[in-house]
Design a protein around this ligand. Structure first.
Ligand code: SF4
Ligand code: MG
Length: 331
């Protein structure tokens, strides 16, 4: 097994005045070395909470259960100090640009060098040369000059490259990127995604890429986890997910994705809204928005069905699908 991350039965609840509210329930997935796993879903579906759990960065009001194994060790069983070690050394995270912005009062060079001195114990001189190399690696022209500049002197795309350089500085085995290109314009977005793919090839790190955008998934994913209302509703390799999606929610996401090849393809947003965690409908949480909803969907929450090799769907339609699949593989 080459898994760098294995998440099993992850649940996250938030304590609120109205009682515990589940934000993530029974999420399971794994990430292999050199693989991009995309977690896709609408804002509020639990994808960011899932990634914060992996980073050990949940707020105090949240409680996580299940297991998150990083390189075989269970993060949920570790002390804060042990998690900090891993976070500084083996797992890195980048965010949507405005959220994480660099510290405006320090130069780019200072901020890229800092983790090299603290975590990799390089001398100032070594850290300087390594920082220059990292800025080159992320495609920043004239890195020695950039080292002296402040974040406001850089464009949004350049700042995100600097963030990626900082994330790479600890030579992580896993990079978690939460909407890394959402704040950037389309051209820069494509460049940053290409950069992440290139770095993945060069370093062999695993990547968890969190996005609401199926276009980003199509560009980058090896495997895809689709989340809805705090649950993983479908998982498959990227090719299968795009060719043969099973869950009605995934199909809806794909219909709402603009297509470059097919100009007749109409954009069709999924009607209705994601339910709030405290206001889950009974049965399948997607049923108020689902064209395929059956009577049982309004009362019984669907189980996870294996609908193909490495392909699962949390939908009652999968029950039939499963029989077809079993039938096919036998006959
Ligand atoms: Fe739709 Fe029913 Fe499947 Fe839910 S379980 S996605 S309501 S068909
Ligand atoms: Mg988010």
């Amino acid at each position: 097994q080459n898994s760098v991350l294995e998440v099993e039965g992850l649940g996250v609840r938030f304590r609120t005045e109205e009682g515990d509210v589940p934000a993530v329930q029974g999420a399971s997935f794994s990430v292999q070395r050199g693989e991009v796993l995309c977690i896709v879903g609408e804002s509020g579906c639990g994808k960011s909470i899932t990634s914060l759990s992996v980073m050990g960065l949940l707020p105090d009001s949240a409680k996580a259960e299940g297991s998150i194994r990083f390189d075989g060790n269970d993060l949920l069983a570790m002390s804060q100090e042990e998690i900090r070690q891993i976070r500084g050394n083996e797992v890195s995270m980048i965010f949507q640009e405005p959220m994480t912005s660099l510290n405006p009062v320090f130069t780019v060079g200072f901020q890229v060098m800092e983790p090299l001195v603290i975590h990799r114990k390089l001398s100032k001189r070594e850290a300087y040369e390594e920082a220059v190399r990292l800025l080159e690696q992320v495609g920043i022209p004239d890195p020695r000059k950039r080292m002296e500049q402040y974040p406001h002197e850089l464009s949004g795309g350049m700042r995100q490259r600097v963030m990626i350089a900082i994330a790479l500085s600890c030579q992580p085995k896993l990079l978690i990127a939460d909407e890394p290109t959402t704040a950037l314009d389309v051209t820069i977005q494509a460049q940053i995604l290409d950069l992440i793919l290139k770095l993945k090839e060069e370093t062999g790190m695993g990547v968890v890429l969190i996005t609401h955008d199926m276009g980003v998934v199509a560009e980058t994913a090896d495997r895809v986890v689709v989340m809805y209302a705090g649950k993983v509703v479908e998982e498959a390799d990227a090719e299968t997910l795009f060719q043969d999606p099973k869950h009605p929610y995934t199909k809806g996401l794909l219909r709402s994705m603009p297509s470059v090849d097919d100009e007749t393809y109409a954009l069709e947003p999924i009607p209705g809204k994601l339910p709030k965690p405290g206001e889950m409908p009974q049965g399948c949480p997607f049923h108020p928005r689902c064209d395929d909803a059956m009577d049982r969907c309004r009362v019984e929450s669907p189980r996870v069905f294996t609908v193909g090799p490495g392909h699962t769907s949390r939908c009652w339609l999968g029950e039939e699908e499963k029989q077809n699949h079993a039938g096919k593989s036998v006959g």
